[in-house]
Every structure is written in C-alpha cells, then in structure tokens.
Design a protein around this ligand. Structure first.
Ligand SMILES: NC(=O)c1ccc[n+]([C@@H]2O[C@H](COP(=O)([O-])OP(=O)(O)OC[C@H]3O[C@@H](n4cnc5c(N)ncnc54)[C@H](OP(=O)(O)O)[C@@H]3O)[C@@H](O)[C@H]2O)c1
Length: 343
C-alpha cells in the first residue's frame, strides 16, 4: 500500500489510445489518436497499474460504433478499454500489493487507475501475463463454454470451426479433441494457417476459405457431415455449415467477423429450412454469461496445458504506438493465435 514510484516527468508521461471518430466500414488509423494520459491521484479502493500486455479483439470493432449492444460504445475523444495485465505501482486497496500482476479491463493505455473491485491478481509464475488474456482468459473460456454448454459437444462428434487459426478458434479445435470429438475440421485464411492447424494444433483437416467455395471444401473435408459448427465468421461459412449439418446438429454462434465492417446488413443463410430436416439447433452466446464455468475451465485447462493437449500460439505487437495496427491486423487476419500488444 505504498507508492514506490516518482511522479512521471513529461518525457516519460504515460500514453493512451483514444477513439476520435466512429469508423464507417473498415476502421482506419485516422479514427484513433495516441495521446498523453492524465493519471489522477488514487482514491480509496483503487490501484495504479503499469500495463504490461493488452488485448486487441474483434468485439472492440462493435464498441467503436454508437449502436446499442451488449457492451457500451467507446466514447469519442476518450481512451478505449479492453483486457490488460499490469503491475501494481501503488495500491489503496486491501488484498493488492505493489508488484502484484493484475488482470483488469483498462487496456489501450500504459498506466491505468483501476478500481480494485474490477481487478484480479494473476500468477505470472504459473503462466505468462499474456496467457490471462488468451488461453487462460476470456478466449479460452469462450471456446470451452461454446463447445460444452452451447454446442453440447458429445463423444464422437464431428466438429467444424471457422476462424480456426485465431485465438478462440485454435482453442476450440484443441478442446474439441480433448473432449472427445472424433474429427475436427478448421477453416482459415492462408496456406500457412492451414498447415499450422494440422501440424501444430492436431486438426484432422483444414482448408483455406479463400481457395474456393466454403460449402464445397467443407463437404470434401467432412464427407459424412458435421455434428457441431462453432461459428466465428458468419456469412458463407454459416450457410456451408447448415448445408453439412447432420441429424441433431448444433451450431454455436460465437462471432461473425465477416460482417463486422459491413455498412449494409447482408442476407442470412439461404438454407435454414435444413434445420427442419436435421432438427438442428442454432444458438448465439456471450462469454460474459458463462463466467460460472471459469473455475472448472481453469482447472481443466491447467491439466491440458501441462500435458501438452492444449497449446497456445500468440502474435505480438510491441509498444502502444502499434496497438492500432495490431487491432486492424486482427480484422485482416494478420494474427495466428491471440494478438497481444506488449507495452
Ligand atoms: N461471443 C463471445 O462472447 C465472444 C468472445 C470472444 C470472441 N468472440 C468472437 O469470436 C471470433 C474470434 O475472435 P478472436 O478474438 O479469437 O479473434 P481471432 O480469431 O484471433 O482473429 C480474427 C480472425 O478472423 C479472421 N477473419 C477476418 N475476416 C474474416 C472473414 N471475412 N472471413 C473469415 N475469417 C475472417 C482472420 O483470420 P483469417 O486469416 O483466417 O481470415 C483473423 O485472424 C470473433 O468473431 C469474435 O467477435 C465472441
């Protein structure tokens, strides 16, 4: 509970990334500004945290729009937020000491004043700080909740996941195998990502969705159909998955990144009548509704990481001045695994 740091001088003043314009269609660097932060004195119950790593995620695109959604829009002219892990530099809260690493939601800045009630101490001896943004954090839990609770994964299921070389998708494929799927198929946007899925992550088959129609490539990879589709992409992928769905198939709708930058709503799958024949189920979900699974997942994930069943890949950008490029890179597929910005 003591302050061990000196007041920053202007030359080392911490910086933050602000949204300065709401993007229409694809965001551009002009929609953001790197600015010097005002770091207020701490009130009781607060921590001053120097961020070490911060997350950039596709869902942040939604928060850049004014449209009402499950998460409040970012305010124009203010720093954005998102997952981050940092070191406590000053604490006015019981249970948090200087030097602790904490996970919190005030990313996009080098130094954050955080309410201790919204921070959690994480053990960086057990896993690197970035893992708490990815495989041991929101990303891993999204994959686990989507497979177990929404898709009701059963032993022997054939599972298809899109965005498979990304953070959530890579976890989905590996967790599906660990939970008894008989065959796991992934789609991704480059030959190198397809290789990574099969050779590094143990997918049974993978294809590059840019090589040809998704429906055709999926039928070739899953000639007997699929029982579960974990959707990260929407659009053509969703229609292809409906077309390959087996009797009693389940579709967990996690994300639809292919439409996040659309300015006009695109038509939905044209083949939904197939859900009648297959008695298929399709359900969207938000990880925020499934934090009750976090303890169970953390325990199982620790075991799977220790025995090599689960591995996690990360793509790093360095410096807050590259955070916007890293975010735009996620939307364009420049990441394999979790995109993390080191500060
Ligand atoms: N429901 C929830 O609670 C929840 C929680 C977390 C994430 N999500 C969603 O889950 C999805 C994955 O998130 P993530 O954080 O793991 O991101 P990610 O998969 O690590 O990164 C996004 C990936 O999407 C792919 N992509 C971009 N445009 C595409 C397109 N038009 N068609 C197909 N693929 C495209 C890119 O890979 P390629 O090179 O393969 O194109 C890119 O690497 C997103 O849709 C996100 O919104 C939902």
């Amino acid at each position: 509970m003591t302050d061990t740091t000196s007041t920053p001088t202007p030359s080392d003043a911490p910086r933050e990334v602000r949204l300065v314009a709401r993007p229409v269609g694809w965001p551009t660097p002009a929609d953001f500004e790197l600015a010097t932060s005002e770091v207020p004195e701490l009130a009781d119950g607060q921590l001053r945290v120097r961020n070490v790593v911060m997350s950039v995620d596709p869902y942040m695109r939604g928060r850049m729009s004014a449209a009402k959604s499950y998460a409040a829009p970012f305010a124009v002219g203010e720093a954005m937020g998102g997952g981050a892990v940092g070191v406590v530099e000053e604490s006015r809260a019981d249970g948090f000491a200087v030097g602790d690493h904490v996970l919190h939601a005030l990313g996009w800045r080098e130094v954050a004043v955080v309410d201790a009630s919204s921070a959690r101490v994480v053990d960086v001896e057990r896993a690197p700080a970035s893992a708490y943004l990815g495989i041991l954090g929101m990303t891993g839990l999204t994959a686990y909740a989507g497979l177990t609770r929404i898709a009701s994964l059963k032993e022997g299921d054939v599972v298809f996941v899109s965005g498979a070389a990304g953070a959530v998708g890579g976890a989905v494929g590996q967790l599906a195998k660990a939970l008894g799927a008989s065959r796991v198929i992934g789609s991704a946007g480059s030959a190198e990502k397809v290789r990574h899925l099969v050779e590094d992550l143990g997918f049974d088959a993978a294809f590059n969705y840019k090589d040809g129609p998704v429906a055709k490539q999926l039928r070739e990879a899953a000639p007997d159909g699929i029982d579960v589709y974990f959707d990260n992409v929407g659009g053509e992928h969703l229609e292809a998955a409906v077309g390959s769905l087996n009797l009693g198939g389940r579709i967990a709708v996690c994300g639809m990144i292919s439409v996040y930058n659309d300015t006009e709503p695109s038509p939905g799958p044209r083949n939904l009548a197939r859900l009648i024949q297959t008695r298929g189920l399709i359900q969207g979900f938000l990880v925020g509704d499934h934090y009750d699974l976090a303890g169970e997942y953390a325990e199982r994930a620790a075991g799977w990481l220790a025995d090599g069943t689960l591995t996690s890949r990360e793509t790093f950008a360095d410096g807050i001045e590259h955070a916007v490029d890293a975010f735009l890179g996620v939307l364009k597929g420049e990441n394999t695994g979790k995109m993390v910005v080191r500060l």
